[in-house]
Design a protein around this ligand. Structure first.
Ligand code: HEM
Length: 507
């Protein structure tokens, strides 16, 4: 009995000790969390109340961040702060704030935050590719190399232009094979756009019916879905979670499969490599790698080759495909605009000769329509995350080094202080009173400054050549049995149209 009493008293004292310890730990953790979230700076941008541990993450719908950012802009103004757990985030809204940061203070805002969710793909301190690379020597070297290689392969010159025109021909044949029946343009347009990147990176294109090609494209589509929503955001700011063995591979299966695919293509390529003859970007990269230690230190090693190839696929395919899908959707919704574009094509190019980039200057209306598709389609609404490279100041606010910056491009492309009809499809935004093409400064779908889209020239060439070739050969109509397509988009890093069907009637 005495033993039981003694045990009981020991247990109760242990329990009260545990309780005290628990209370102490809770208070300590809350205090630590409070200290980490406390802003010690004066003139820091305002923002919503930050909750323990999760900060302001509940203030943002990560499936539609542009909408949340717009609501927060109404409350806190053009520059406000958010807190993803303990990561400081500042969101920039409207043309003035975004331009001042990206253009006038370009270097201050040129860094990228480190994103641990990509570690399982081989991304790390010495292998960053271009898109996610921290601002510095390695990024500069790879960006310079990629830009000059693209240029040498004809970016802005005739040979790449010819390849795009040829690909537009294949795309037209696929549309023609539908014989006027309703179909979804997503897959064929994606095939055509991916083939342009494939030609640049691996020197070859795929047949649209190729099984391997279909697999690659479906991995990539899921790749984007996997990095959308609350969970990836959480894993990026609490990296210890993403480093739990096997977890990233499980959550990001398609990303891994996509990367494995890139590895197979590079390995196949290496087998047939001849240093005397550069076929494509992979060959040019392999040649740099041969230059030895210095080249390796500049970032020319195998892992970066995989990441640069993946970057070009990632950044260059979905973006252009989505823009073209919006373009055809707007033609269905605005047949009178489609007719005006076709009239200009008939006048300047005719029905037979393929379009060339030289035609662009003589086609202000078509050019205005393509620009308006990019503005209104708003395909990368919240840009890619930047990070401050040093302490800086913006419109009277202090922003410390290492702050994650969101450049809300949607708020620029639809800035009510700049555009006459921000929420309508209105090609006249890009025409002067004489019907000549003009480009307002707030046209920033490719962003601006040091991290401006590296593929802008290529993308603009693809948009012009694919769009004019398609409208030269077909009139796009809404099938009678189909509802009017939705004009609002679906967000998964890009803002893309909901699936729709059309009929391509040969002209
Ligand atoms: C309509 C098509 C496209 C749009 C709207 C677009 C838009 C963008 C945007 C908004 C960024 C982020 C810039 C920033 O961080 O401020 C970006 C970055 C980038 N884009 Fe594009 N892009 C398009 C096509 C392409 C193509 C075809 C390529 C490839 C050849 C490409 C390669 C890149 C790369 C490599 C970056 C990262 C640049 C860096 O961090 O230095 N893009 N793009």
């Amino acid at each position: 009995m005495a033993l039981f009493l003694w045990l009981g008293s020991q247990l109760s004292s242990l329990w009260s000790n545990i309780s005290v310890l628990g209370v102490f730990l809770t208070v300590f953790t809350l205090l630590l969390d409070f200290m980490k979230r406390r802003k010690k700076w004066s003139h820091y941008p305002p923002g919503p109340v930050s909750l323990p541990f999760i900060g302001t993450m509940l203030s943002v719908d990560f499936h539609n961040p542009a909408h949340s950012f717009k609501q927060l802009q109404k409350k806190f103004g053009n520059i406000y702060n958010l807190q993803n757990c303990w990561t400081n985030v500042v969101v920039l809204n409207g043309y003035k704030a975004v331009k001042e940061a990206l253009v006038h203070k370009s270097e201050d805002f040129a860094d990228r935050p480190y994103l641990p969710i990509y570690e399982h793909l081989g991304y790390g301190k010495k292998s960053e590719g271009i898109v996610l690379a921290r601002y510095g020597h390695g990024w500069k070297e790879l960006r310079k190399f990629t830009l000059s290689t693209l240029r040498n392969f004809g970016m802005g010159k005739k040979s790449l232009e010819e390849r795009v025109v040829e690909e537009a021909g294949f795309l037209c044949s696929t549309f023609k094979s539908k014989e006027g029946h309703s179909f979804n343009v997503h897959a064929p347009v994606n095939n055509a756009v991916c083939n342009v990147i494939c030609t640049i990176v691996f020197g070859e294109r795929f047949d649209y019916n190729d099984e391997t090609f279909h697999k690659l494209l479906s991995f990539f589509e899921n790749f984007l879905k996997e990095e959308t929503g609350f969970l990836p955001q959480l894993l990026n700011v609490v990296p210890v979670l993403v480093r739990i063995p096997g977890l990233a591979q499980k959550i990001f299966q398609s990303q891994k499969a996509f990367m494995d695919f890139i590895d197979v293509l590079i390995d196949k390529h290496r087998e047939t490599w001849n240093p005397a003859y550069t076929r494509d970007l992979t060959d040019a990269f392999l040649k740099e790698m041969e230059k030895g230690k210095e080249a390796e230190e500049n970032g020319f090693h195998y892992n970066n080759l995989r990441l640069v190839a993946a970057d070009l696929f990632g950044a260059g395919s979905e973006t252009t495909t989505t823009t073209l899908r919006w373009a055809l959707l707007y033609m269905l919704l605005h047949p009178e605009i489609q007719s005006k574009v076709q009239a200009e094509i008939d006048k300047v190019i005719g029905r037979e000769r393929p379009p060339t980039m030289k035609d662009q200057v003589s086609m202000p209306y078509t050019n205005a329509v393509i620009h308006e598709v990019q503005r209104y389609g708003d395909i990368i609404p919240v840009g890619l995350p930047h990070m401050t490279y040093r302490d800086t100041e913006l419109q009277g606010f202090f922003i410390p080094k290492g702050t994650t910056i969101i450049t809300n491009l949607s708020s620029v492309l639809k800035d009510e202080t700049v555009w006459e009809k921000p929420n309508e499809f209105y090609p006249e935004h890009f025409l002067d009173v004489n019907g000549q093409f003009v480009k307002p400064d707030a046209f920033l779908p490719f962003s601006a400054g040091r991290r401006v889209c590296l593929g802008e020239q290529l993308a603009r060439m693809e948009l012009f050549l694919f769009f004019t070739t398609l409208l030269q050969k077909f009139t796009f109509v809404l099938p009678e049995d189909q509802p009017r397509p939705r004009e609002d988009g679906h967000f998964a890093l890009t803002n893309s149209p909901h699936p729709y069907l059309l009929q391509a009637v040969p002209r």
